[in-house]
Ligand binder design. Structure first.
Ligand code: PMT
Length: 403
């Protein structure tokens, strides 16, 4: 019984796929989970609460109050009780409400009070799934740290053929099992992650920066946290949000601030993954007032910044693991190998701006991981979330020194 003792809130919304939620509830219960169903008013049009409560052995929650005795159902209590919230099926309307905080039913208030991770299995017609509003809402939900179980392609309730059909209950159940299995692999580990760019101030309105969006580093932070690690995420200026109980976010601006925050955190860490695009140089002089046109900004002298990776490489104890990144434009492997030695890294993750869809800003990346003994493993172009998972599997999963 792999899910023994797990508390799962199963959210059901108004889709024809709601009938499949009964099989899903059964699979979860058979595996040892305790399941509490929260259903939207529209969901009840597709499957009866009687069927569902017979399966779970618990009354189905749908309204804020029970009509006959006025009992108040606390979404806050459910948010604290659950180890996982699984919304299957999730309609386009529910995705939109979740993405935008429209808390007008019990399911959305429960979602917004949820302390546990949330998995979402969308279900809708192909055109609704392909609509930019749905794509945007799913991206927003991913940015909240929610896990999307992609719908399958095939014949839909409308008899049209395309992507939008809720994934089969067996596959959703497998995703839940995998989620809980993975959740344990980094339990009690402490991991420092740097992300985003650094901004090196010229004057109060100008800086030297780079194109890093923080997506790669944030995906790593989220994946480590989902596997149970306590993460310190030191990030340069980015427009991303992240909310996970295991992640402590420290916002910095300059390379020097990132250096100070990283050095302070590192001694108590088991591992560090340095994904930030840190400026190698900063202006020698910082102007307190905006530099006016025609004044002395014809030349900006630069001085080198301290190298965070190299400093942590020197501080590193035998029990600590250090993983760096290399963003290259030419002679990629040689440059990456030099960085492993110079910074005393255990692994380097190489990405090249010559690969389409790789590097800055994209939602995807294409990487090779090279170990300090020079063994190289190449990966396909994948979403940054999947890339983060590959990096962790390859570098941290078999790390024997972690306690
Ligand atoms: O943020 P995204 O838009 O998702 O893009 C992701 C990314 C392209 C920024 C990321 O995948 C990446 O490649 N990050 C490292 C970029 C970089 O600055 O590489 P580098 O080759 O210049 O640096 C080598 C290593 O030393 C890196 O681990 C870097 O974090 C570290 N470094 C560099 C300079 C410095 N002063 N201190 C450092 O710690």
């Amino acid at each position: 019984m792999t899910l023994q003792g797990k508390h799962i809130v199963l959210g059901i919304t108004g889709s024809i796929a709601a009938y499949k939620a009964a099989s899903l509830a059964r699979l979860l219960i058979k595996s040892g989970a305790e399941v509490q169903i929260v259903i939207t008013p529209a969901g009840k049009e597709f499957i009866t609460p009687v069927t569902l409560s017979a399966l779970t052995g618990k009354p189905v929650v749908s309204e804020f109050f029970t009509a006959n005795d006025g009992t108040w159902h606390s979404h806050v209590d459910l948010g604290q009780w659950a180890d996982l919230m699984l919304i299957a099926p999730a309609t386009a309307s529910t995705l939109g409400k979740m993405a935008n905080g429209v808390a007008d039913n019990m399911l959305i208030t429960t979602y917004m009070s949820m302390k546990a991770p949330v998995m979402i299995a969308p279900a809708m017609d192909l055109d609704m799934f392909a609509h930019p509003a749905t794509t945007r809402n799913i991206e927003i939900l991913r940015s909240y740290g929610n896990i999307i179980i992609e719908p399958a392609s095939g014949e839909l309730a409308s008899h049209l053929i395309g992507k939008g059909r809720m994934e089969e209950p067996e596959n959703i159940f497998k995703a839940v099992e995998d989620f809980f299995a993975k959740q344990q692999t980094l339990a009690k580990k402490k991991i420092l992650i740097t992300a985003g760019p650094s901004y090196e101030k010229i004057d109060p309105v100008r800086f030297i920066g780079n194109y890093s969006s923080g997506k790669m580093g944030f995906s790593l932070a989220e994946e480590c946290a989902n596997r149970g690690a306590e993460v310190i995420l030191v990030t340069g200026p980015v427009s991303l949000t992240i909310s996970h109980p295991n992640i402590t976010r420290i916002d910095v601006e300059s390379a020097e601030e990132m250096y100070n925050a990283s050095l302070k955190a590192f001694p108590s860490m088991d591992a560090a993954i340095l994904c930030a695009a840190v400026a190698d140089f900063r202006p020698a002089q910082k102007y307190d007032e905006k530099v006016k046109r025609g004044e002395d900004l014809l030349n900006i002298s630069l001085v080198p910044n301290k190298d965070i990776a190299a400093t942590l490489g020197k501080m590193k104890k035998a029990s600590q693991l250090l993983i760096g990144f290399a963003l290259e434009t030419n002679d990629e492997e040689n440059n990456a190998l030099k960085k492993i030695v110079k910074k005393n890294l255990d692994y380097i993750v190489l990405n090249s701006l010559n690969d389409k869809g790789a590097g800055f800003k994209y939602d995807t990346n294409k990487i090779a991981i090279i170990s300090k003994s020079g063994i190289r493993k190449d990966f396909e172009l994948k979403s940054k979330k999947e890339v983060a998972s590959d990096i962790i599997d390859e570098t941290l999963s078999g790390f024997p020194i972690l306690v």
